[in-house]
Ligand binder design. Structure first.
Ligand code: AKG
Ligand code: FE2
Length: 293
């Protein structure tokens, strides 16, 4: 097994799989899944009951909307209250990306906070694990503020793209305020359409090829991921073309939580570097697994 692991690491670094086309990335992903089967079974053994979830992420679509009624009332209240304070304190400051301000750092998230409770909610973890086939690794928790803007030019993640960190992943978007079509919502294509496009265009994630114009995609259905305050979405942003924080009349306030598979391309870089500062003694076994590769 050690030798096999060595060989696939070598392959990865020699050929930089994450920049290859769809079929190469798919084959690599399947290979890595086989090699990691034992670890996968171990991770999944910490799931108490996979039937307790908040819905099913259908492969055809690649995303799921969850309405606020399915989330615990107390948790909702705490999420709104705790995030409002941070949004108000920090939203006017300058951040790297002015279209999409990421207001916090992983190391600011505290055990017991509503953000932590949302990220580790068992129903949510079950839903994601059912889709990915494995208990995910939570790599990023943040508050995103997208100020309203007139500028119709699109750049960076305002252009349609796939995320590069993994072959499959789930991003959770929780709405701290209503998000409608005028709020710069995430726009996403169905997974089925996205896969066809990847194959047809010979799409890859090299920096110069990663982002594609809406024109190229105009035959396909654009889903506007809108909803009420308290609703959330789970989206496979590595399999569904998406973009967000475009021209908007209203500010957008969301929580974004990223879940990768333990087979992610980023494992090597992130393994000892997630930068969460949690006291392991205060975590359940499942929570420990969710915050480690
Ligand atoms: O919502 C946005 O502004 C873009 C988000 C995006 O591309 C992502 O979360 O991967
Ligand atoms: Fe993205």
């Amino acid at each position: 097994m050690k030798l096999i692991k060595y060989i696939y690491n070598l392959f990865f670094s020699l050929f930089n799989i994450r920049f290859k086309g769809y079929y190469t990335r798919l084959s690599y992903f399947n290979l890595v899944k086989i090699i990691n089967k034992k670890n996968t079974l171990k991770r999944n053994s910490y799931l108490n009951n996979r039937n307790i979830n908040i819905g099913k992420i259908e492969n055809k679509k690649g995303f799921l909307k969850v309405e606020s009624e399915l989330i615990d009332k107390n948790l909702l209240e705490n999420l709104f209250n705790e995030t409002k304070i941070i949004f108000n304190e920090r939203k006017e400051k300058e951040y790297k990306n002015p279209n999409l301000k990421a207001l916090i750092k992983n190391n600011e998230v505290k055990i017991g906070s509503s953000l932590y409770k949302l990220a580790t909610n068992e129903k949510i973890i079950n839903t994601i694990a059912n889709y990915l086939g494995v208990v995910p690794v939570c790599t990023y928790i943040n508050l995103w503020y997208s100020p309203k803007k007139n500028n119709p030019n699109l750049e960076g993640s305002q252009l349609m793209h796939l995320d590069h960190e993994d072959f499959q992943q789930i991003k959770l978007f929780f709405f701290c305020e209503d998000v409608d079509k005028d709020t710069g919502p995430l726009v996403a294509l169905d997974q089925k359409d996205s896969t066809n496009i990847q194959k047809k265009l010979g799409y890859n994630l090299k920096e110069q090829n990663k982002r594609i114009s809406d024109n190229t995609l105009n035959k396909f259905k654009f889903n506007y991921l809108t909803g009420k305050k308290g609703d959330l979405y789970l989206v496979d942003t590595s399999q569904c073309f998406h973009a967000g924080s475009r021209t908007s009349k209203k500010d957008r306030y969301v929580i974004m939580i990223q879940y990768l598979t333990p087979y992610s391309y980023m494992k090597k870089f992130k393994q000892n570097n997630l930068n969460f500062k949690f006291d392991k003694n205060k975590m359940t076994n499942l929570e420990k697994i969710v915050f480690s590769f």
